[in-house]
Design a protein around this ligand. Structure first.
Ligand code: HEM
Ligand code: HEM
Length: 189
């Protein structure tokens, strides 16, 4: 058994949750952007002869976005749970992995990227929780805003990692690691 059931379940749940989180960010920045939608509402309402102020349009557009954004927080909690789950796996999982020193240079690079990725997941979880609970933690709004900026900056790494990882796995599967994806499904090498 290369990957235990626990490890595989962790991998696929993480993939779903992280794609979901990226999906909420995508929606927030595109179809549910309050700036764009406030603009659309103002122009459509004015065509109907109803004049609304910029402030009113902003409040309505943000209200439409908020229902979707709740999923960022729900999936965020799921990610926090998955990070804790991964820490348990680090300590107790029985998956068989080659020693780092015996890997090829390329594989050392791939492995290191995974470790950097894990560090970013820890950062996203902690910073996300801090932003969500900044009032409870007694932090100033300005501090929460600065942490949100760091949270958003590190998001870029995750956005690059995901397609790079999927492309990397597909390329490896087609070159010299046939059955690599099956291994992450059935656990056998
Ligand atoms: C958001 C999506 C995804 C995330 C966040 C993710 C994350 C990860 C991480 C962190 C690892 C390293 C596990 C470790 O050794 O500690 C990994 C390995 C792996 N993932 Fe994903 N994954 C995603 C999607 C996918 C998809 C779509 C596939 C299949 C097409 C896939 C196939 C694999 C395979 C085969 C491995 C083992 C590769 C190796 O030994 O280097 N992953 N994934
Ligand atoms: C893969 C992990 C995550 C990614 C890629 C991600 C991405 C982002 C991005 C890009 C933003 C800024 C959105 C904008 O202002 O346009 C954001 C905001 C935020 N995220 Fe995350 N996030 C992740 C995990 C989490 C977690 C674990 C939580 C906590 C439960 C969380 C809670 C928040 C909160 C509260 C905001 C501020 C929203 C606001 O200003 O209204 N995030 N996230």
């Amino acid at each position: 058994m290369k990957y235990t059931l626990g490890f595989r379940v962790w991998h696929w749940l993480s993939a779903l949750v992280i794609l979901g989180l990226l999906g909420t960010v995508f929606l927030r920045k595109t179809f549910l952007s309050w700036r764009d939608n406030a603009q659309i509402m103002m122009s459509k309402f004015s065509e109907m002869g109803v004049v609304i102020t910029k402030e009113q349009a902003k409040v309505a557009a943000q209200a439409i976005r908020d229902g979707m954004w709740e999923w960022h927080i729900i999936l965020g909690y799921a990610l926090v749970f998955l990070v804790l789950y991964r820490i348990c796996l680090f300590l107790a999982d029985k998956s068989t992995k080659e020693a780092f020193s015996s890997l090829t240079l390329h594989k050392k690079g791939v492995k290191s990227l995974y470790y950097i990725f894990y560090a970013t997941l820890v950062f996203m979880s902690v910073s996300g929780l801090v932003i969500e609970f900044y009032e409870f933690l007694g932090l100033a709004k300005k501090t929460a805003h600065d942490i949100t900026e760091a949270h958003e900056a590190v998001f870029n790494f995750i956005m690059i990692f995901v397609p790079l990882h999927i492309a990397g796995v597909i390329i490896a599967e087609n070159k010299d690691e046939k059955g690599l994806v099956s291994t992450m499904i059935n656990g056998k090498s």
